[in-house]
Design a protein around this ligand. Structure first.
Ligand SMILES: C[S@@+](CC[C@H](N)C(=O)[O-])C[C@H]1O[C@@H](n2cnc3c(N)ncnc32)[C@H](O)[C@@H]1O
Length: 411
């Protein structure tokens, strides 16, 4: 893989600085949004204000302010040590080396975009890597709503991966994938599992990859979103105590709230101690773009992986043909591809002129067969994604599940 150009490195550093700036501007931005509610109350006739007061509405706004400030403290801890990423946060980033820039396959232990995010009104999703669909290209501008949405989604993603409240989602999505992995390798004794290499592309905040490593396999996650990478690094490397961090992921929207408790719900993470992987475990995350790292034309990754597990990932493809070809190429003979997810094409209707091929499920499966997979265990699994169980609104995906084995060379 050719090294990234100086221009690419600079762009990467700017993107990273923008992400840090988003974390740092969270309190100001979110308090201003809550203050808009407060100001609107003052615009009402006095009698209406008094009525709202009797409901405790103003008190709720004050409580939300407090929760936002607590979130800000938590978020600032996440970005308090960015040296591992080659950037120190208060400093200018121009001219600095960003360690895992641009699919450089820089791997550090225990690391991890956040799309499929549940938004307040529409169920839209963030496009593309690093928030580039926003208008700014240069650093130093103020975070946009798009950036803040990614940060808020990251908080909800923390619920999915690392809280007790996320258990139902993990049971629905990760458990069948883990079961399928064990079933495929049931002939391999437990002690020899460490020799089996499992890749989890688009690993998000890293829980599935962590669980697979805990099951005894050698497991590597791959992720390119700085929001995910910073946050998973924090959980996996800086957190030792169960429930040592508390935050309030649902204070940003008042829509579809049955009561104030649902808005002010406190979430504590983690539900397990990330550092208690058994001795001898092999777990790592590699930062960078899946296609850039694993689509290496030199073939460095070809046949390297005994299993690839894609959870809510294949629809992040601009060109699904390339994704499936890569998945096929990097699998070892006898290897298995385990997939679960919907087809929420992340690049559909993008405003950045990026190409996007949006197949239906039958087409995806036919394509997989054409590139050399034999698909089995096909089923549909209803599951949510970063769902607030206490909300009046919930989206259920009829996620498609399958396991696939490599039977031939790609077409
Ligand atoms: C919908 S999320 C799923 C995350 C995780 N698998 C889960 O189930 O919670 C898709 C993830 O893939 C990541 N992603 C998207 N395109 C990617 C790419 N080309 N290379 C690496 N990661 C990518 C996003 O940043 C995001 O974290």
């Amino acid at each position: 893989m050719p090294p990234p150009s100086a221009e690419d490195m600079l762009e990467e550093q700017r993107v990273f600085a923008d992400v840090i700036r988003t974390f740092n501007n969270y309190a100001q931005y979110s308090l201003a949004a809550n203050n808009r509610r407060r100001k609107d109350v003052y615009l009402l006739p006095k009698a209406d204000q008094d009525l709202l007061n009797t409901l405790g509405y103003k008190q709720k706004l004050d409580d939300v302010d407090k929760a936002i400030l607590a979130n800000a403290d938590f978020l600032s801890e996440i970005v308090s040590d960015t040296k591992i990423f080659g950037v120190e946060m208060e400093e200018e980033v121009e001219g600095r080396d960003l360690e895992h820039a641009h699919g450089g396959a820089h791997s550090h232990s225990h690391d991890a975009g956040s799309s499929h995010s549940s938004h307040s009104h529409s169920h839209s999703h963030s496009h593309g890597p690093h928030g580039r669909a926003s208008t700014k290209q240069e650093g130093k501008s103020r975070p946009t709503e798009f950036d803040m949405d990614k940060l808020r989604s990251t908080m909800k993603q923390l619920v999915r991966d690392w809280s007790e409240e996320g258990l139902p989602e993990r049971e629905a999505a990760y458990q069948p994938m883990k079961d399928a992995l064990d079933k495929h390798f049931s002939h391999i004794p437990q002690a020899e599992r460490i020799q089996l290499k499992v890749l989890v592309p688009g690993s998000g905040l890293g829980r599935l990859a962590y669980d697979v490593a805990k099951m005894g396999y050698t497991c590597r996650g791959n992720e390119f979103s700085h929001y995910m990478l910073l946050t998973s690094y924090f959980v996996l490397n800086k957190t030792t105590e169960i429930k040592s961090h508390t935050f309030y992921p649902y204070v940003h929207s008042f829509s579809n709230a049955p009561n104030k408790e649902s808005i002010l719900q406190a979430i504590s993470i983690p539900d397990v101690s990330p550092s208690d992987l058994p001795p001898g475990s092999d777990f790592s995350l590699v930062a960078g773009d899946f296609e850039e790292i694993f689509g290496d034309p030199e073939g460095a990754e070809d046949g390297e992986w005994d299993a690839v597990m894609t959870c809510f990932f294949i629809d992040t493809a601009k060109n699904i043909v390339n994704y499936l070809r890569i998945l096929h190429r990097i699998l070892a003979p006898g290897g298995v591809w385990i997939n679960l997810g919907p087809l929420l094409w992340h690049w559909e209707n993008n405003n950045t002129n990026d190409l996007s091929v949006e197949l239906d499920l039958e087409e995806v499966k036919a394509l997989a067969r054409s590139v050399g997979f034999e698909i089995s265990n096909e089923t549909t699994i209803p599951t949510t994604y970063t769902n607030n169980a206490k909300s009046m609104l919930g989206y259920v995906y009829n996620a498609s599940f399958w396991t696939a084995t490599k039977i031939a060379n790609p077409a």
